[in-house]
Design a protein around this ligand. Sequence first.
Ligand SMILES: Nc1ncnc2c1ncn2[C@@H]1O[C@H](COP(=O)(O)OP(=O)(O)OP(=O)(O)O)[C@@H](O)[C@H]1O
Ligand SMILES: [Mg+2]
Length: 279
Amino acid sequence: MKIKSFKTGIPPLDYALPGGFPLGGAVVIAGEPGSGKSVMVSNLSWNVLRSGGSVIYVNLDDSPDAIIELFTSFGWEPLKYIESRDFKIIDCFSFRLGRLRKSYPGVIAYERLDDMDAVIHDIYEAVSGIDKELKLVVIDSLNELMFRYEMGRVLEIVKTLRALISKGLGASLIMTLHTSTEALGELAAHLEYLVDGFAVTRVEPNMREMGIPLKQLMVRKMRGLPTNSFWIPYVITDEGITSVDTTKLALLLKQKLKEAQAFKVSLQGLQGEGKDRNQ
Ligand SMILES: Nc1ncnc2c1ncn2[C@@H]1O[C@H](COP(=O)(O)OP(=O)(O)OP(=O)(O)O)[C@@H](O)[C@H]1O
Ligand SMILES: [Mg+2]
């Protein structure tokens, strides 16, 4: 059976997935902190909303405020979709703020987070309040679960989410994970087998050393769909995630090489002066 898929509208991701993103697949985006995972899932959410689908966004890492701010910083307008109930935020973060918590109509907020089954149940409940087709459920991120439960339980939760959302409801499920510790790396390795798709993000290590924080993504697997499985560079601009302008990158590299060359020459000059003084 042919897997249903859709174009994400995010150029580097569409390039990585020439056959599209699986509708009804469970996908993990893993990678180092700050590599753009939250921006990626927000961009995807926005593109789905704009194309007429609905989205449930389970935020475990930050407040709805922060999500709204992130969207707005790219010129996207989440509020009208929150109002029309096409964009449902399930807030599993702000209970920490106590009385300082802001409440938004339409945002489902938790008083505490000790029962993931309740969250899973609410995802299911949220679907019945949505008029348009539910196309995407975002979990940002799985890390919070690792702080709370042992790995077996986290894997069990992911299995349940996959069964309910991607197999039961036919929507795509995308989950982020930052892999900064060994235990998180181990979780990522288990998840890679469990889910339908697995993508990684990073800042290219050699470029980072040169002072160029070039972000890259690689889709390592996508069941039933073709992939271009190599590191694909991307940038985050005012408009969201887009492809790298290779001409600009080449100029930047040239400039950095020039700077390195000038530094080498001045260093040799200083060493020469030192030698002269010692003679
Ligand atoms: N409006 C914007 N314009 C340009 N770049 C932005 C904008 N907003 C965020 N960024 C960039 O996005 C990066 C942060 O991305 P993001 O929060 O998605 O990372 P992450 O992978 O989710 O990190 P973590 O694992 O810590 O959650 C930062 O490096 C920042 O420079
Ligand atoms: Mg994040």
